[in-house]
Design a protein around this ligand. Structure first.
Ligand SMILES: [Zn+2]
Length: 163
């Protein structure tokens, strides 16, 4: 998460609090009109009541917006936390062909078979993407992410006698 995002939420919260404050002030003004048994001008009361209604509507809309934003932020934090936990299960290794990939740590396997994941997808997209294949394994998300694991055996002619 970036600091701009947090600033946005603080801004929303400040506006919501500000609007609530405005509504409170309007309520005080309305009460003041009736103080000491005064009979205020209807038009004046009506104007203030309309103002209060508008302020409450705005505050309510701002609160809905704010609570949606806070919920989204909380979900984003949860997602980041889950990702970091998942990422911690892997370690960087170098293949015999000097390519770098992530491998599931044996002490964190939890019964899963040891497998490899793509470092490009992990670092760039925060995505756990398996790599599969034999000597040369490719990323299941993007086939252009390829990794050499073992030296390819020299191509040899297959003769009938081999079977
Ligand atoms: Zn990939």
């Amino acid at each position: 998460m970036d600091i701009g995002q947090i600033g946005e939420y603080i801004g929303l919260a400040t506006s919501a609090v500000g609007l609530t404050g405005k509504a409170s002030d309007t309520i005080v003004s309305i009460k003041a009109l009736f103080e000491g048994g005064k009979t205020p001008d209807n038009e004046q009361v009506q104007r203030l009541l309309n103002t209060l209604a508008a302020e409450l509507t705005s505050a309510n809309m701002m609160n809905v917006q704010l609570s949606d934003a806070l919920r989204a932020l909380s979900q984003e934090l949860q997602r980041q936390d889950d990702f970091e936990k998942e990422k911690a299960r892997y370690e960087l290794i170098e293949t015999s062909q000097k390519d770098i990939v992530f491998r599931l740590r044996e002490d964190a396997a939890n019964g899963q078979p040891i497998h490899f994941i793509c470092p490009v997808c992990l670092n760039r997209d925060k995505l756990i993407s398996f790599v599969s294949g034999g000597y040369y394994k490719t990323c299941q998300t993007d086939g252009k992410h390829g990794f050499r694991f073992e030296k390819m055996p020299p191509a040899r002619q297959v003769r009938m006698g081999d079977f």
